[in-house]
Design a protein around this ligand. Structure first.
Ligand SMILES: [Zn+2]
Ligand SMILES: [Zn+2]
Length: 265
C-alpha cells in the first residue's frame, strides 16, 4: 500500500510525499518501518514539516528529495533540508551540469548531491525512481515516474508542451499528478502583460487545461481504474471550476492552490 500526499501545489509552493510500510522480520519481532520520498520542496522547511505532519506522515522517514527543477516554488527549502538532514537531493544530470546560479545557491553539502537521468533508474529503499525531461524555462527540468509496491505514480508538471514519453508515462500510471496551469481565455483576458502571457503559454512555460485534457485523452487514461490529480493551478489565470469542467469525464481531483490532498493506492 502506498500513501501519498499533494502537500501543496501552485505558485505559492509545490511538494509531494510518497510513503510505504516495509515489514522487516527480525529474530524477535517483525517491525513495520515507514519509508518515504519527497518530490519538490517549495516551502520553508517549517511550513513543509507542518504540512507533512498534518497529512499524517513522518518527516524522519524521508529517504531522499527529488527536484523537478530549481524555481523557488519547487526548491525553496531543498538546501536547508539537505544541510539539516544530510539526505540525498536529486536533480537531473542536465540540471546539475549547467551549474546554474540557482543550483549553486542551494549550497547542498557535498554528500547530498545526486543526479538522475532518463536512461537509468534510482533505487531508494523500496522506491524505483526514473525521470523524463520536461520543457520549461529552468534548465534540465524533469518529471518523475515512481514505482513502489507494484504501483506506478507519475508527476508531470511545469512543462510548456507534452511529448510521447509523457503520454506513455501517463498511460502506465496508477496515479497521475498532472499540471493544469491555465485557461487559455482567462490568460488572454487577464491581468498579465503580453510578454508574461507569452512566457506562460510558450513551449517552455506551463500546460493549459486543454493541453492537460489532450494528454489524458491521448494516453487513453482509464477512469475506472486510475486517478488523476490536477496540480499547479494558476491563481490569476485559472479556477477549480474551469478545470473541473474541462476534466468532467475523468476520475479527477482538482487541487486548489496551496491545499493539501492525501490518497492511498
Ligand atoms: Zn517552474
Ligand atoms: Zn512551478
Amino acid at each position: 500500500m502506498v500513501r501519498f500526499s499533494v502537500l501543496g501545489s501552485g505558485s505559492c509552493g509545490n511538494s509531494y510525499i510518497f510513503s510505504t510500510d516495509s515489514r522487516e522480520q527480525t529474530l524477535f519481532d517483525d517491525a513495520a518501518s515507514e519509508s518515504s520520498i519527497l518530490v519538490d520542496a517549495g516551502y520553508s522547511l517549517k511550513q513543509l514539516k507542518l504540512r507533512i505532519a498534518d497529512g499524517g506522515f513522518d518527516y524522519d522517514s524521508i529517504q531522499s528529495l527529488f527536484l523537478t527543477h530549481l524555481h523557488p516554488d519547487h526548491a525553496h527549502c531543498a538546501g536547508t533540508f539537505a544541510r539539516q538532514t544530510h539526505k540525498p537531493v536529486y536533480v537531473s544530470r542536465r540540471c546539475r551540469s549547467l551549474a546554474s546560479h540557482e543550483y549553486l545557491a542551494l549550497s547542498l553539502p557535498e554528500g547530498s548531491e545526486r543526479t538522475i537521468d532518463p536512461d537509468s533508474m534510482v533505487n531508494v529503499g523500496p522506491f524505483e525512481v526514473s525521470c523524463f525531461y520536461t520543457s520549461h524555462d529552468s534548465g534540465g527540468s524533469c518529471g518523475y515516474r515512481i514505482e513502489v509496491d507494484g504501483k506506478v505514480l507519475v508527476i508531470i508538471t511545469d512543462t510548456g508542451v507534452y511529448n510521447q514519453e509523457m503520454v506513455m508515462a501517463a498511460k502506465e500510471a496508477d496515479v497521475l499528478f498532472l499540471e493544469s496551469n491555465y485557461d487559455v481565455e482567462m490568460l488572454r483576458r487577464g491581468p498579465y502583460p503580453l510578454r508574461l502571457q507569452k512566457r506562460v503559454a510558450g513551449d517552455r512555460g506551463h500546460l493549459s487545461n486543454d493541453q492537460a485534457r489532450s494528454l489524458l485523452l491521448e494516453a487513453g487514461f482509464d477512469i475506472s481504474r486510475k486517478h488523476v490529480y490536477l496540480i499547479h493551478l494558476s491563481s490569476n489565470n485559472n479556477t477549480v471550476e474551469l478545470v473541473s469542467r474541462a476534466m468532467a469525464e475523468f476520475n479527477a481531483t482538482v487541487c486548489a492552490r496551496g491545499e493539501r490532498y492525501c490518497g492511498v493506492v
